[in-house]
Design a protein around this ligand. Structure first.
Ligand code: UD1
Length: 463
């Protein structure tokens, strides 16, 4: 009878990956079983393809036409009404990609547990939960929330939600699932080990969220609930407004949109700002990453001084369930793989120890689905209302800049409602403010609320 080892060794040898079993005899039975689990989970034909890509020279940047500004849609009352109809019919789900850890922020644990708001320090997950609850209340529905975690933070994320009573959302309407991983390779295309009994793997990127939606059964769950549209956002932006009716209506009903995938953009402030930009290349909407724009393309201006490519990607997209089904018809998201060369600790069975080595990782980006749409529109939204990302511990896009931007948005909303907000002669805000989604989802919702006439300088106020 062939042993488990025999049935694995042949196929692995056939694709030039037999080395992962070279130390088999030195493993305990438990370790052997553990390694077999990892190896059996591999799609070997795909591993062979990936290994081939590792060895191939990096493809030159596709020489398409010069990038032009993408098609944009102005929000009209009719589009807002179309979005509201979708929300009222319970056809919209919220979907956050939260596979990241707070390591770069010096925060132990999932990034969504990071205390983000300026006055009460609410964690990012709570900010979104409150927004989802408030939208549900406004439209008389429950908006289901899909939370993509990673194998690394899945358990901790679930414990966090449970410990906080799902922030008031019905437990059955918060659905967790981990994103997938891809094998990590050496520069020679050989699979690497993370330890004697496990393969080295890396998260498959936010593009992997589409595969994870299918494999976890979340997409089928959406269908069963009657959901037709997915409001996608990243966990790192507490001002994200994925459930905005104008945006959803433009996605589903605007002439410039095929209803497959639509994006929000904010005006990029400087040529070197580290956001991707939406552009139209060869008639297709796509995101060009900041690292892929030439300095001349990034700095090119229009006659009125505006940057030509200034539609900054805030990573808020609307996707139809049908479009995700189409992209994943082969069992995984049919999107390009981006290759990154890094160094990280890997296990070397010949010396029986972990040491730093050169590795090659693959990941997918969700915005690579944009050029697959027949027509994908971009909606420009007010930067001050919708973008305050938390990425770095200090400097740009840090907790401090995000808190300031959140406070400024609250100040602008209060001022619009007639409240005197203290500022110094230079216009700097002299108080710290926070408005919960339950109080107001937008500036207009503050009208008619009990508000102070003025806020004293130095005040800290959470509404
Ligand atoms: C990203 C976008 C950029 C955009 C900016 C807006 C990319 C390559 N670029 O940049 O175009 O302007 O956000 O803030 O995405 N994530 C997972 N699993 C993964 C990888 C990422 O869940 O495997 C999630 C993270 O939790 C995070 C988000 O995706 O919330 C963004 O990923 P990150 O790598 O931080 O992208 P940025 O370089 O910030």
């Amino acid at each position: 009878m062939p042993t488990q080892l025999d049935t694995l060794r042949g196929p692995l040898d056939a694709i030039g990956q037999g080395h992962v079993l070279a130390h088999w005899a030195q493993l305990t039975a438990t370790q052997q079983a553990r390694l077999v689990d990892d190896l059996q989970a591999l799609d070997l034909a795909w591993v062979a393809e990936l290994a081939e890509q590792v060895r191939a020279p990096k493809p030159p940047q596709a020489a398409g036409a010069a990038p032009k500004p993408p098609p944009t849609v102005a929000i009209t009352p009719a589009l807002v009404a179309a979005g509201e109809a979708l929300l009222r019919a319970g056809q919209v789900a919220a979907f956050v990609v939260a596979g990241g850890q707070g390591t770069r922020l010096g925060h132990p644990g999932p990034k969504g547990t990071f205390p983000a708001t300026p006055v009460t320090g609410k964690p990012l997950f709570q900010v979104f939960a409150e927004q989802i609850a408030a939208v549900g209340q406004r439209y008389g529905v429950t908006v289901p929330w899909y939370v993509m975690t990673s194998p690394q933070n899945d358990a901790e994320t679930r414990v966090f939600f449970r410990a906080h009573g799902y922030f008031g959302l019905p437990q059955a309407d918060v659905v967790f699932f981990p994103q997938g991983t891809l094998p990590t390779f050496g520069p020679d295309g050989r699979l690497l080990l993370a330890g004697p009994d496990r393969l080295a793997t890396n998260p498959d990127g936010h593009g992997g969220s589409l595969t994870a939606l299918v494999r976890s059964g979340a997409l089928a769950d959406m269908r069963a609930r009657g959901v037709t549209q997915i409001a996608y956002f990243q966990v790192d932006n507490p001002l994200a407004q994925p459930l905005d009716p104008g945006f959803l209506g433009a996605h589903a009903a605007a002439a410039a949109s095929s209803g497959e995938m639509t994006s929000k953009a904010v005006r990029k402030v400087a040529p070197d700002e580290r956001v991707g930009v939406f552009a139209q290349i060869d008639g297709r909407t796509q995101v060009v990453e900041y690292s892929d724009l030439s300095p001349a393309q990034a700095a090119a201006r229009r006659p009125d001084g505006r940057l030509v490519l200034d539609a900054g990607n805030v990573a808020v997209h609307a996707l139809s369930v049908a479009f995700v089904e189409h992209l994943t018809a082969g069992g995984r998201a049919d999107l390009p793989l981006h290759r990154a060369h890094k160094r990280q600790p890997v296990y070397d069975p010949s010396v029986g120890a972990v040491a730093e080595a050169a590795v090659v990782k693959f990941e997918q980006f969700v915005f690579d689905a944009l050029p697959r749409c027949a027509a994908s529109a971009v909606i420009e939204v007010a930067r001050a209302d919708e973008f305050a990302p938390i990425k770095n511990a200090e400097g740009a896009d840090s907790p401090a800049t995000s808190r300031q931007l959140q406070s400024e948005r609250a100040a602008a909303w209060l001022a619009a409602a007639g409240v005197a907000v203290p500022r110094d002669a230079g216009g700097a805000l002299l108080c710290t403010l926070e408005i919960a989604a339950a109080t107001a989802l937008d500036a207009a919702a503050l009208a008619g609320q009990p508000l102070p006439d003025h806020i004293p300088p130095g005040a800290t106020l959470a509404l």
